[in-house]
Design a protein around this ligand. Structure first.
Ligand SMILES: [Ca+2]
Length: 484
């Protein structure tokens, strides 16, 4: 236990027989109450923003929102911030990776919609792993693209809705499989937040479920389109840019409220809080230090999949540390599993690598490359280079602002070595040999998404012509999602 304090050791979840075997001498140095507190398995709260890039986040240098994300920035200041984390460039494939720890060509979670691909019975989902380790599991917010229900995927309780886009001012939602209808429109992010708070309160030291550690997956609809007014928007506000800013501010406010609740309930020191996003910004990327991020949601450019990743664990994660370690979203499952001391399923290829050691302040075993896939396109990227399915090599030294295509016949030593190195990774992964989608099906999926976006715009235009309904002032389509 040389590099691991006893307190930290107990927190790893390596408890039970190990703790029991420590016996007398160590046991006599702490009170029973302290020991019980230390031995409690850590809780995990995973906050996932929707359509939110580095350029939306103050602590990543966003010029536009630098004073709008104070609560998220505070999580980074009190914990770790990973500079190079990669989701998939689209909602559904990202959520598949989170829940399975596996790349899309293994699961079939290739593009939107991914419902039915993969199936929960064919996978070993994160929530099920945690549940089988004794955790209470709760899903809050966006789910639909995963298919089935959060319950099928291992969540003991959940609140969600039947949509892949934003679900804001509405008269219905789904709670634990039951449709709930309300007489008046409610702001669903607030309803979902209350559900999360109730879950936390039941798991607080004095709550009815205090004996159980928990996993709360807080998958906000914010800031996916349609970009509508929030409860904090100026009355009558219709300017789409102002409303977009309001949505950013509202997500940050909810993050702050969630963390304050965790503090108030006495859960903070035993709770790992992770904040990330499911893909990059929609529409126009914002600037960082005056330069525009290269690429947005749905693209295979850096801005499509490079997202913020913040891990805050009071008393465990080093405060204010910034890491350049490469992380991709298949890493979330093994990271959370290791954090709670759960074993990974046998006989299942998990692509991810745990970054729990880094969260605990150690060097860990950082990745040498990350992998990103969307439909029939993919790339593998390492510290300075990126190679895609077409064999195109990009020099990434100026990312996330620019990526330079390298001429195929360039004899530059570093480029030649990178092509060889990354090519070997792709050969080993062999995405083309895994589950795939036909060009026709991919085009059809894109077309459906486009039509859906058009319907959304049409609906919003009609809403504007007719004037806003009570509690629902529609924005123009200027900043709407083009795709789910
Ligand atoms: Ca998204």
């Amino acid at each position: 236990m040389s590099s691991l304090s006893r307190r930290e050791f107990l927190r790893t979840g390596l408890v039970g027989p190990v703790v029991a075997s420590l016996g007398g001498p160590l046991g006599s140095t702490v009170t029973g109450e302290q020991q019980a507190k230390s031995a409690r398995k850590p809780n995990i709260v995973f906050i996932l923003a929707d359509d939110w890039g580095l350029d939306d986040t103050g602590c990543y240098g966003s010029d536009r929102h630098k004073n709008r994300t104070g609560n998220i920035d505070a999580l980074a200041a009190g914990g770790l911030r990973f500079e190079r984390c990669y989701s998939a460039p689209l909602c559904g494939p990202t959520r598949c990776e989170i829940n399975t720890g596996r790349y899309a060509f293994r699961t079939g979670g290739l593009t939107n919609p991914v419902s039915g691909q993969p199936k929960s019975q064919d996978e070993y989902p994160l929530a099920r792993i945690l549940k089988e380790t004794g955790y209470d599991t709760c899903h809050v917010g966006k789910w639909r693209q995963m298919g089935e229900t959060p319950g099928d995927w291992g969540f003991g309780e959940y609140i969600t809705d039947n949509t892949a886009g934003g679900w804001y001012w509405q008269k219905s939602y789904t709670k634990n499989g039951q449709l709930v209808e309300t007489p008046e429109e409610v702001y669903c992010p607030d309803v979902y937040h209350s559900f999360a708070v109730d879950f936390l309160q039941r798991h607080a030291p004095k709550g009815s479920a205090s004996a159980k550690p928990f996993y709360l997956y807080y998958a906000s609809h914010l800031v996916h389109g349609p970009i509508l007014r929030t409860p904090d928007s100026k009355p009558g506000e219709t300017d789409p840019v102002a409303l977009y800013d309001d949505n950013v501010a509202y997500l940050d406010k909810q993050v702050g409220a969630l963390v304050a609740e965790i503090d108030k309930l006495g859960l903070r020191e035993n709770t790992l809080i992770v904040f990330s996003a499911d893909n990059g910004t929609v529409g126009q990327p914002n600037t960082i230090g005056g330069r525009k991020i290269n690429g947005v949601k749905g693209t295979m450019l850096e801005g499509g999949a490079r997202v913020p990743l913040i891990a805050n664990w009071k008393g465990v994660a080093p405060a204010g540390r910034v890491l350049k370690d490469l992380v991709d979203f298949s890493d979330i499952l093994p990271t959370f599993a290791e954090a709670v001391g759960a074993k990974l399923p046998q006989g299942v290829t998990v692509d991810g690598r745990s970054f729990t050691p880094q969260i605990r302040g150690r060097k860990g075993n950082p990745r040498e490359w990350i992998y990103v896939q969307l439909g029939r396109r993919w790339y593998v990227r390492d510290d300075g280079w990126k190679l895609n399915q077409a064999g195109e090599l990009f020099d990434m030294k100026d990312s996330p602002f620019a990526e330079q295509l390298v001429a195929e016949d360039l004899k530059d030593e570093a480029a030649v070595a990178a092509r060889k190195r990354l090519g070997a990774v792709l050969d080993q992964l062999n995405p083309a040999g895994g589950k795939t989608i036909s060009a026709e099906d991919e085009a059809a999926a894109k077309n459906r998404a486009k039509k859906q976006a058009q319907r959304q715009k049409q609906k919003q235009r009609q809403g504007q012509k007719q004037g806003p309904k009570k509690g629902q002032k529609k924005a123009s389509a200027g900043q709407q999602a083009q795709i789910e």
